[in-house]
Design a protein around this ligand. Structure first.
Ligand code: GCU
Length: 417
């Protein structure tokens, strides 16, 4: 190998390590160690939960623990105000009607607005909806030139200049959203830019919706994930007001940090009919106690604005957490939940994502559903599950057409009218 070749190879390795996260992470299954998960079916006082009638009381305990120790407390919902700002009945080559709606979600027009984009399949009467936040602005989810460009603060990335999106980012995330596929399958697609609600950086809070709720930042106060999830519930409020959509059939979904967000939104708000987590990893679907890939200490250091203040107390002390992520999935029961992983996404711990879904199975069974209907982690491209769905696909941390096909299949199974 030439010296230039060697230098490139080294650079390539450095880039690969960066993509996977810092090198201190464990990727050796033999070094994961043993751990004991808290039992979702045992009350805090040690009494077992033996009937489905007892579950709501235990569910309330678990929800309170996640609010206090992990994601922070969300203030009570405030009424929305909204304005439809654009409408194109011939979008996506005539397959859909595109609407843009500005929502004010802080109880007044003072706070930052949420700009919702909806594609409705033409010819479908009251379709169900797939709703999720996006990373790059609404204009990035499809090349459709009619989508308004986001003017909000954005993390550095391709086509982002001075933390603002440029035209070069139009449609940049189209493969992650598959708008045409979703409407062809008879569902509406609704999304908003998460940075509208809480700019995703450690000093983003003053420009977020949080200050408009007037609380001092207590150790159990909500933070970015709580605020992004609050936005999802307010988007659902809007969907309830739009009688052309079926608000009883709304799946909330998200990728990565936004998959953590969709799980939290779905756990808190029982109006979501279905919940989808894509590659949500640490403090999303993956078990926190499993020492593989990202850790609680790492995530709290890199992203101190995602979780509440109390959660930082568990850095390096995950065994002391009163919850683990299978209990987050349990909060969604008996509603259908889907967990998707990718083989090369080791940072997110695919096995930990599966094991967490598996450990929620007893709750789903107690509530009379089929649960995950699997005992072992399936192979690549072999989706499993009944009310808890799971797949692992080939490839990297991303949302692909394959993932969407499975989500839509799962939607057909569980959200048919
Ligand atoms: C980082 C972070 C993950 C997160 C991911 C993402 O890698 O460590 O926890 O899921 O970003 O949101 O893309």
């Amino acid at each position: 190998m030439t010296s230039v070749g060697r230098a490139l190879a080294i650079l390539g390795t450095a880039a690969a390590i960066h993509a996977q996260g810092p090198s201190e992470a464990n990727y050796d299954e033999a070094k994961v160690g043993s751990y004991t998960l808290p039992d979702p079916l045992v009350f805090a006082n040690g009494q077992p939960v033996t009937s489905k009638e007892q579950w709501p009381a235990r569910r309330a305990e678990i929800l309170a623990l996640f609010e206090r120790e992990v994601y922070g407390k969300t203030p009570p919902a405030r009424p929305i105000e909204f304005e439809v700002t654009s409408r194109d009945p011939k979008a996506l080559g005539g397959a859909a009607t595109r609407e843009e709606i500005t929502l004010w979600i802080t109880g007044s027009k003072a706070g930052p607005p949420l700009r919702l984009l909806i594609y409705k399949p033409n010819g479908a009467a009251r379709p169900g909806v797939f709703l999720g936040c996006n990373f790059g602005g609404n204009h990035a989810i499809d090349a459709d030139p009619g989508i308004t460009m986001s003017k909000s603060w954005m993390r550095p990335g391709k086509g982002v200049e001075n933390n603002r999106a440029t035209e070069a980012t139009r449609g940049a995330e189209a493969s992650r959203w598959q708008a045409k596929m979703v409407v062809a399958r008879g569902y509406a697609l609704a999304t908003y830019y998460y940075g509208d609600i809480f700019p995703d950086h450690k000093d983003g809070r003053p420009d977020s919706i949080a200050p408009h709720f007037g609380r001092e930042q207590a150790p159990d106060d909500w933070n970015a994930i709580g605020a992004w999830a609050y936005g999802l519930s307010r988007a659902l409020d809007y969907i309830e007001r739009d009688k052309t959509l079926d608000a009883k059939r709304v799946a909330v979904l998200g990728h990565s940090r936004l998959g953590k967000t969709s799980l939290w939104a779905g756990a808190r708000d029982p109006r979501f009919a279905m919940v989808i987590s894509n590659d949500s990893g640490e403090d999303g679907a993956a078990l926190a106690r499993r020492n593989y890939g990202e850790t609680v200490a790492r995530i709290n250091t890199s992203f101190p604005h995602w979780f509440d203040g109390n959660f930082k107390r568990y850095n390096g002390r995950v065994a002391d957490l009163p919850v683990d992520q299978h209990m987050l999935i349990s909060l969604i029961a008996p509603r259908p939940v889907y967990v998707a992983s990718a083989v090369e996404d080791r940072w997110a711990d695919p096995r930990g994502e599966f094991l967490s879904a598996l450990a929620a199975d007893p709750v789903y069974r107690l509530l009379g559903t089929g649960g995950i209907a699997a005992k072992e982690m399936p192979g690549i491209h072999q989706p499993v599950g009944s009310t808890i769905g799971y797949h692992i696909r080939a490839g990297v941390h991303d949302v692909t057409a394959y993932d969407w096909e499975r989500f839509l299949d799962f939607g057909d199974r569980h959200m048919k009218r």
